[in-house]
Design a protein around this ligand. Structure first.
Ligand code: ADP
Length: 542
């Protein structure tokens, strides 16, 4: 027997329609690419998203068409998120930090019909134009006064398109499983693969972001989304913010410490979300200038492991709670969040941070397990580690156009490529990417553990750990580190520091210093490049 309940589809458009109507005057603040701070609100974003849908309709955009964006976080990007998905087309966010050949590959693979571009990225498009022959037009996200000189002949102006419409438009209703957005993983090996989200999955994911044990986003928040809108939908924040009418603050292209800090203070930011590398710059600026956060209450850190020292600086130094989160493009991206439980209230701050360094517990909707080499589930004892698998209503069921073949096992589990433990309270801890673990004498050493501990050594600002072949142990860890400017920290200092926390067999055989470490387009350590750079390295212990 079916329930007697209205069958209303869960659509992206309902999020912006809701906040446009019920939180109309809540601000959306952006550092614009043209320069000044721009202020709008949900009423206007809803109206202009509708105008945009009208304009795209006139350009011939239809249900299911892919529409690209190459843009920073800002209000126009937000209008595109809602306008494109709201009309039933697919918003394809493109990561401008990918190699140009990869950008050309994904634009062609996605068959983008139009591409929205921030002024910054017009030269990128010009350089690629020979390779993007299926794109009917490039819409520059600016007004007539700022339109660039360009040899692209199919260049359109965003403001001209939008302002030509009246906004008298009702969001169309369609099946909630209709695709709404497309995001390619950065593909450190092989070509990038597209994850295609549905209206339903994005709305369900937004509910989850808004729960207290998710990211706890609410109307009382002023959210600084530093995580880019071209990276896993800025962790779903633009949608979740619209679901509850939270103020959104977007940094545009300025992601340096001083600019972020200024925005946080000026816009009374309560919640900020970003990857560790960006927070490292922000905290560096705050420390150097002896600054405090006057309104920030919590920060979401994810994308890579949040180092213990960073968590301590936020929590102990600034009274900012850290929500350490784990996820992937394939998981929309929220999978786990490191919120503390009632039973942790009376623990010491040190013990609480022992929990915060883990990647957290599943939020309702996501199922998680670890399996051994034979595929059998491993115990949740915080010790056994194995391949991390997930399933749930916002986890991918397969890549766009079937790339990569079947990605689910027969019970619907998706293998993440991460290796981790799950403790009896359900806290998951990533020990490694499966391809980065160091296999030493039959034991596995977690490169992430060693990196985290090395970062706690005074004078070290960034560290990567890779496996180097060893005649006796198969592989042994090598630390490749970046020093604080003018700091005298040595190899022996780092090893001595690690001796206090790591078992003897986990200690790196060597530490080398470099000026900078390579990163992927999403800010993670690019270990393939490091392995290549150090392929002829011989350990002194070999
Ligand atoms: P990319 O496009 O670079 O693959 P994703 O965001 O999809 O970007 O990357 C997902 C991967 O990032 C995860 O599989 C995991 O290895 C890593 N990751 C994400 N969050 C964390 C975290 N909190 N701690 C450690 N690793 C993380």
């Amino acid at each position: 027997m079916l329930g007697l309940i209205q069958d209303r589809p869960l659509l992206i458009s309902s999020l912006i329609e809701y906040s446009g109507l019920n939180h109309g005057d809540v601000e959306i603040v952006s550092r614009s690419v043209e320069g000044p701070i721009h202020r709008t609100n949900y009423r206007n974003v809803n109206l202009r998203a509708k105008k945009l849908a009208q304009a795209l309709g006139k350009l011939g955009v239809e249900l299911g068409d892919r529409i690209g964006t190459i843009a920073w976080n800002g209000y126009r990007h937000m209008e595109i998120y809602f306008g494109v998905s709201g009309m039933g087309a697919v918003c394809h966010t493109i990561n401008p930090r990918l190699f140009p050949e990869q950008i050309a590959y994904i634009v062609n693979h996605a068959e983008d019909k139009y591409i929205f571009v921030d002024l910054t990225f017009v030269p990128l498009i010009e350089a690629l134009k020979e390779h993007l022959q299926n794109v009917k037009g490039f819409i520059v996200m600016t007004d007539e006064a700022h339109m660039p000189e360009s040899d692209l002949d199919n260049l359109l102006c965003y403001e001209t398109l939008v302002e030509a419409e009246d906004g008298d438009y009702a969001w169309p209703q369609f099946d909630e499983m209709t695709a709404c957005s497309l995001c390619y993983t950065s593909g450190t090996t092989g070509n990038p693969k597209g994850v295609l989200y549905a209206n339903r999955s994005t709305v369900l994911h937004s509910f989850c972001v808004c729960t207290n044990d998710g990211l706890g986003v609410s109307n009382r928040d002023s959210i600084l989304a530093v995580v880019p809108m071209f990276h896993a939908n800025a962790w779903g924040l633009p949608y979740a913010a619209a679901m509850c009418g939270a103020k959104m603050v977007m940094p545009g292209a300025a992601m340096d410490g001083p600019s972020l800090y200024e925005l946080m203070e000026a816009e009374e930011v309560t919640l900020a979300a970003g990857v560790p590398t960006i927070w490292m710059m922000l905290l560096g600026h705050v420390k150097e200038n002896n600054l405090k956060f006057s309104t920030m209450k919590r920060t979401v850190i994810g994308g890579s492991a949040a180092p213990r020292s960073m968590i301590e600086t936020f929590v102990d130094g600034h009274g900012v709670e850290v929500i350490h989160a784990w996820g992937m493009t394939e998981t929309s991206p929220l999978g786990t969040t490191g919120n503390l439980l009632k039973k942790h209230e009376n623990l010491s701050e040190k013990e609480r941070t022992d929990i915060r360094v883990k990647q957290g517990r599943v939020v309702f909707g996501v199922e998680l397990k670890i399996t051994g080499d034979d595929g059998e589930e491993l115990p949740r004892d915080g010790v056994a580690f194995g391949d991390l698998k997930v399933r749930g209503p916002w986890i991918t069921s397969g890549y766009f156009k079937g790339e990569g073949g079947d990605v689910l096992d027969e019970d619907g589990w998706f293998t993440t490529g991460d290796v981790g433990t799950i403790d009896p309270d359900g806290y998951m801890q990533i020990t490694d990417r499966s391809k980065d673990v160091i296999k030493s004498g039959g034991e596995w050493i977690s490169s992430i553990d060693v990196e985290n501990e090395a970062l706690g050594c005074p004078g070290i600002v960034e560290a990567a750990v890779i496996a180097i072949p060893h005649p006796k142990w198969d592989e042994r860890p090598l630390v490749i580190a970046v020093k604080e400017k003018d700091h005298s920290v040595t190899r022996d200092d780092v090893i001595k520091h690690l001796e206090s926390t790591l078992a003897k067999w986990q200690l790196p055989d060597d530490v080398v210093f470099v000026d900078e470490l390579p990163h992927t387009a999403t800010g993670k350590l690019l270990k393939t490049k490091l392995r290549e750079d150090f392929k002829d390295y011989t350990l002194t212990t070999a």
